[in-house]
Ligand binder design. Structure first.
Ligand SMILES: [Zn+2]
Length: 298
């Protein structure tokens, strides 16, 4: 694993830990340098272990890390938090109330993750260690974490997961969006696609896009991509894709189409978006979450 570090905004460092072995998406964490350093989306245990030394390369004593904030507890964002709390005795872990218990007692989380990442997920992602309860800070929607030079506001943003949060940063005017604003590949840099792994809530996802876009961030820090400033274009494009997917799937379900046909119809639309480029693996996973959501809703 090669780790690449880039200063993407003032005192804001992107740490790219390379592509994951399953979805082949970049795994990106962010380090905010301040009187109280903050690490956002540290990733799985394997990734977290790999990125820690790079925090030191930036002149930060890792033992001084004050906050670890996974945007949500899926293993590729928060699976390594338990490992980090075992090695670092200071940082508080900021979590959505619906995510807190699952990191304190990760058995169910791991069971669910095996369905997505396969049974040997510990071999690739490392073990998922529990986070001691006294280290967890359960956040409220709109809560502000004050650092010397910036305020971080926690924004609940369900859809991809019920326990998803985004983080708004007053210093850079940026937003750390986790998986709430889609994923983007370099082959289709202007079309974000929803991260719709089941259980996915397609309607909550669109509401969260609107909620985050209304904050008018001037930069989006993506968890599986990089920092982007074309905020309006990217969020409205994503919204449009989400709405179209919903319409296609609901129309197909109402017409009584069988599952395979529905997928076919959605794939046609998605292929037209990708215009000949190879479809990322996450797209298929995303479609299944969408179809499941609209089927269950009926
Ligand atoms: Zn996720």
């Amino acid at each position: 694993m090669t780790v690449r570090i880039e200063e993407v905004a003032r005192n804001t460092y992107l740490i790219d830990c390379g592509k994951d072995s399953i979805f082949s998406l970049p795994q990106v964490a962010y380090l905010l340098i301040d009187d109280l350093p903050v690490l956002i989306d540290p990733g799985s245990t394997s990734v977290a272990a790999e990125l820690l030394p790079s925090v030191g390369d930036l002149g930060i004593d890792v033992r001084e890390l004050a906050y670890i904030i996974p945007t949500h507890i899926h293993l590729d964002h928060g699976g390594g938090v338990g490992y980090l709390t075992q090695h670092l005795h200071k940082p508080k872990v900021v979590l959505h109330p619906k995510g807190a218990e699952h990191l304190a007692e990760p058995t169910r989380l791991v069971r669910g993750a095996r369905l997505v990442f396969g049974n040997n997920l510990e071999e690739t992602m490392g073990p998922v260690l529990p986070v001691p309860r006294e280290r967890i800070h359960v956040a409220e929607d709109g809560e502000v974490i004050r650092l010397r030079s910036r305020d971080l506001t926690i924004i609940f943003s369900p859809g991809h997961a019920a326990h998803h949060i985004a983080i708004q940063d007053s210093l850079t005017g940026g937003l750390f969006c986790g998986d709430a604003l889609g994923f983007i590949t370099e082959s289709m840099p202007d079309t974000p696609f929803p991260v719709g792994l089941p259980p996915f809530d397609a309607e909550a996802y669109v509401k969260s896009i609107d909620k985050l876009a209304a904050l008018s961030p001037n930069i989006i820090f993506y968890a599986h991509h990089r920092a982007r400033t074309e905020v309006k274009e990217l969020t409205s494009r994503l919204r449009e894709v989400c709405i179209t997917l919903g319409e296609i799937i609901q129309g197909a379900i109402q017409a009584g189409m069988e599952e395979a046909k529905i997928y076919q119809r959605v794939l046609e639309y998605v292929r037209s978006l990708w215009a000949g480029a190879d479809l990322p693996i996450m797209v298929e996973a995303g479609i299944s979450g969408y179809v499941q959501y609209y089927r269950n809703r009926r």
